[in-house]
Write a new protein. Structure first.
Length: 169
């Protein structure tokens, strides 16, 4: 019986330490040191843009919903994947960049390649009645370099670019 009470006491102590005190401590440090990032930001999730006056993000297998987020799990031999990519290619054109044809792994990737953004400049400029040069300059302003200068590829956050577009007009 003594062993049972010791086990119960230890369980309660460690539940209090690891389940309450430690998360509160980490949250407090994050709020003090990284206040802006600790509370999250919508620019880290892809948003569904379908209007021609906006840049479009990568396709999403979960229709940009956070609960059903994830990949379609279609393999390279999948007829459904081939059909979806062909439909996107028919809509966008034969020279569309791959990241506008294939969904991201999470379905919520907020970034596209600079090439995918540049590919859309003419459509966005025409829909907004703005010169393509002005839109191109805005795109170049929003190209983010690889993280730490060498991790990943250059990218463009679609939501931030579209918000800047709305401020432009």
């Amino acid at each position: 019986m003594k062993l049972l009470f010791q086990s119960l006491r230890l369980t309660l102590v460690f539940t209090f330490l690891t389940g309450l005190l430690y998360p509160l401590f980490v949250t407090g440090v994050a709020q003090l040191a990284f206040h802006d990032k600790a509370n999250g930001t919508p620019s880290l999730l892809a948003q569904k843009f379908t209007s021609p006056k906006y840049f479009w993000p990568r396709p999403s297998a979960g229709d940009f919903g956070t609960v059903p987020s994830g990949a379609s799990n279609f393999g390279p031999t999948s007829a459904a994947l081939r059909k979806a990519v062909q439909e996107r290619r028919d809509k966008l054109g034969a020279n569309a960049p791959a990241d506008l044809l294939y969904a991201s792994g999470s379905g919520l990737d907020p970034h596209i390649s600079p090439e995918a953004a540049r590919f859309q400049i003419a459509r966005v400029a025409a829909a907004r009645g703005v010169g393509a040069e002005k839109i191109a300059a805005l795109v170049e302003k929003f190209v983010e370099p690889p993280q730490l200068g060498f991790l990943g590829e250059p990218r463009v956050n679609v939501l931030l670019l579209n918000l800047a577009l709305d401020r432009l007009n």
